[in-house]
Design a binder for this molecule. Sequence first.
Ligand code: AMP
Length: 376
Amino acid sequence: MLGEAFKRLDLSPEIESAVLDLGFETPTEIQERVIPLLLEGADVIGQAQTGTGKTAAFGIPLVEGIDEEKRYPQALVLAPTRELAMQIAEQLRALTRYIPRIIVVTLYGGAGYGRQLDDLQEGAQVVVGTPGRVIDHIQRGTLKLDRIDYLVLDEADRMLDMGFLPDVERILRRTPRSRQTALFSATVSTVIRIISRRYMRNAKLVQVKAQHATVEEADQVYYEVADRDKVDGLLSLIQRDPPERAMLFRRTKIGVDKLVSSMRRHGLAAESIHGDMSQQIRERVMNQFREGKITYLVATDVAARGLDIPEVSHVFNFDIPEDMDSYVHRIGRTARAGRTGTAVTFVGEWDSDKLPALQKVAGQRLQRQVLPLYER
Ligand code: AMP
């Protein structure tokens, strides 16, 4: 059931149904505060990190504003990385599932132009992209921004850190001055203030606490561990604090299968899910996990999308996540429905360069601990 707070936003029925399908019952803090402002047409700076629900905060007003009968780009979202662009596009597509005439095109580098050109030619109304590839399309004449009336800069601080400022400014100048602009950033630095003064009108600043809505109750700990000790390290943790139900994440399918075999050899009820399995088998495994017939589910990131099982007491990042968005997605699998949970990350010998980014996304909440295996 869609909660009162969402109903008060007075969304169109198609979008209400899509929000319901996504399983959102009540708006997160950033959504509650930002959506009404954006629906009124105001420019907004949202200070919020991944995990707060910021995508839907700008995404819901975005899709509300699209005229699906018109076959040209009306909204543009710029994001620093391909992964983030894909995630945003995925959520926008979910929000427009009952308005099939809306096309969301994702433009990022390292991928062919074929699909991107097809979507643009078909009249995509929503463009999500990384600055470099967006400029490519402008230069090729395949993307026109002269009728964009809604523009979002997502993770603006990261875009600046990555040196995208000149590109972002070039893109902004191609869009009409009359557009509405929303900027989201985990930090609001001087440079961000300058950009907002230059390119936004009376932007309203909305700050939410640096805290992840989806991971609020999870204890986040990490362990430094030699790669050859990972399995024993895991077993020593499980022995000390047996999970009610746990999800374990690995980067590759082969890794998933190997870990399941090792765990089974030690008598643990473990199963795998990954992209190579048919939907039918995946669902069967997930149901067994949901019912508690399996205690440990080992998965790749993709396979675990959207899994919502309140009994998951532990998430183990057996391999450190490739990017921090997937960290948030992974640990968002525990501490659901008001329960507490523990999110454990193994930092291997070669992973220490990823630790600062992880600490940044986790805030003060990521604690270093020592594996029972290494205690003496
Ligand atoms: P984001 O900060 O946009 O990356 O969102 C983080 C996660 O929260 C995503 O998995 C969303 O699907 C989820 N989410 C966003 N809004 C809500 C909501 N109102 N209720 C429950 N989950 C949400």
